[in-house]
Design a protein around this ligand. Structure first.
Ligand code: G6P
Ligand code: MN
Length: 445
């Protein structure tokens, strides 16, 4: 079984490889092809993987290439984890928005739109090539903004592209932990768009345990989302939102905190990772140690500003171990071995949420088997959540239209329609600002 990773010189690739090393089952991945535009990054990551594999018998063979078509040919699975414009681009996405007084975040609000506008054309090119060169391969999209990018790719790959994110899994795990039930046995009733979903129930053996949590302020205040959103607000909602909804519900505080932060998240990661890749140029450096130290620091500071505005404190140790590689591996296993699993994934709606058309990519629990991921029926969202989901989906559609046509007017409309952009004039200036700093947006005319 051959797995190709696009963005193969990316920082989180060793997480994926670590998960593969732990998979001893039949039909496991035996060959990993890393593709990246930057040979130096490939070299650095390949060194980490080599150290991870030391002493492991039958570790998956790793090869690297900068030729995209070569990487795609013969792949059984393709992980797409690219970052168009690099972390410098992410820092610019944040800065331009924050200077306008609106949120700059890689997936939410103006920053997410800018990142989407840059990424969609590249993701579409990958999807077209994959459809031609590896028509039977399953493409698993990790690239943010994950829902939007998956939808762009699905127009060329249909149900052969599946988007993943670890945040709903992490949320389900935290709720299970605080309730003292096994996450493994629980069905998490979650739905929405990527980074815009709500847990409305958590069923163990058919019994919904969530009301017990919502009714208990002590319990509710003791875990991550309770601290981030506050007990009262969670009780008012009657649901547990994805942590990214903090950017919506506490937008003013989040924007202010990001404006005043010493460095934005993107700028922090840009500098942190530049240091790591620089270290890897020394042939005597201990690659795995350096990578792990850098990873731990990244995990510990995740959403630090949001937690600070809420006085939420440090992250729980169990949340620091990553997770998206586990979702990816579970998905790949379920498809490759036809082992039925229920996973929260980004797939086409197909009537699951009646307010959206069937092509709209949503984030929802899916039954996965050799035929792919099939969304399960879920209860409708309440009005306030439906409103947000529909608004943001309309924004995503404008981004897709702008990327397909190159229309600057469509790009302005995308920004202007976003609930976190408060004036059409701001939207116009954002398009000005972003096209000035991003070469990847020069296609907008
Ligand atoms: C969460 C999100 C991902 C994001 C990751 C890393 O897992 O769901 O979409 O890529 O965090 O965030 P960071 O700010 O460290 O890049
Ligand atoms: Mn995510």
């Amino acid at each position: 079984m051959r797995l190709t990773i696009l963005g193969g010189g990316g920082f989180r690739v060793p997480l994926v490889y670590g998960a593969l090393l732990g998979d001893r089952g039949e039909g496991r991945v035996t060959e990993v092809v890393l593709h990246d535009l930057d040979a130096g990054r490939l070299y650095a990551v390949a060194r980490v993987l080599a150290e991870q594999a030391a002493g492991v018998s039958d570790a998956p063979r790793v090869t690297t290439t900068t030729d995209l078509d070569e990487a795609l040919r013969g792949a059984d699975f393709v992980f797409s984890a690219i970052r168009v414009g690099g972390l410098e681009g992410r820092a610019n996405d944040e800065r331009v928005a924050l200077d306008e007084g609106v949120l700059g975040q890689e997936t939410v609000g103006a920053g997410g739109i800018a990142y989407g506008l840059r990424t969609v054309p590249v993701a579409v090119d990958i999807a077209r090539r994959a459809a031609r060169l590896a028509p039977d391969a399953w493409v698993i999209n990790f690239t943010n903004p994950a829902g939007l990018v998956t939808e762009a790719m699905s127009r060329h790959l249909g149900d052969r592209v599946i988007g993943i994110c670890d945040s709903p899994v992490g949320l389900g795990r935290r709720i299970a932990r605080v309730l003292g039930v096994s996450a493994h046995d629980a069905f998490v009733d979650y739905v929405g768009l990527n980074h815009l979903g709500w847990v409305r129930g958590l069923r163990v053996a058919g019994r919904d345990e969530l009301p017990r949590l919502l009714a208990d302020p002590g319990l509710l205040g003791s875990f991550e989302e309770g601290k981030l959103f506050g007990v009262d607000w969670l009780q008012s909602l009657g649901a547990i939102p994805n942590e990214y909804l903090h950017y919506y519900y506490f937008n003013r505080e989040a924007v202010r905190a990001y404006q005043h932060a010493e460095k934005t998240r993107g700028a922090f990661l840009r500098d942190q990772q530049a240091h790591f890749y620089e270290e890897m140029r020394d042939p005597d450096a201990a690659a795995l140690t350096a990578w792990d130290r850098t990873r731990a620091e990244r995990e510990a500071t995740y959403m630090a500003e949001n937690r600070e505005t809420a006085g939420a404190g440090e992250r729980h140790a169990d949340d620091l171990s990553g997770g998206y590689e586990k979702v990816a591996l579970a998905l790949m296993r379920a498809i490759a071995r036809d082992e039925r699993a229920t996973l929260i994934l980004n797939v086409r709606n197909k009537g699951t949420l009646s307010v959206l058309d069937s092509e709209a990519v949503i984030e929802v629990p899916c039954l996965v088997d050799a035929n792919g991921a099939h969304p399960v029926a879920v209860a409708p969202l309440p009005g306030h959540a439906t409103g947000l989901v529909c608004s943001v989906k309309a924004v995503e559609r404008e981004v897709l239209a702008a990327a397909a046509s190159g229309s600057r007017a469509a790009a302005v409309k995308a920004f202007a329609l976003h609930p976190l952009v408060d004036s059409v004039n701001v939207a116009r200036r954002l398009v000005e600002g972003y096209t000035a700093v991003h070469p990847g947006l020069h296609y907008l005319k």
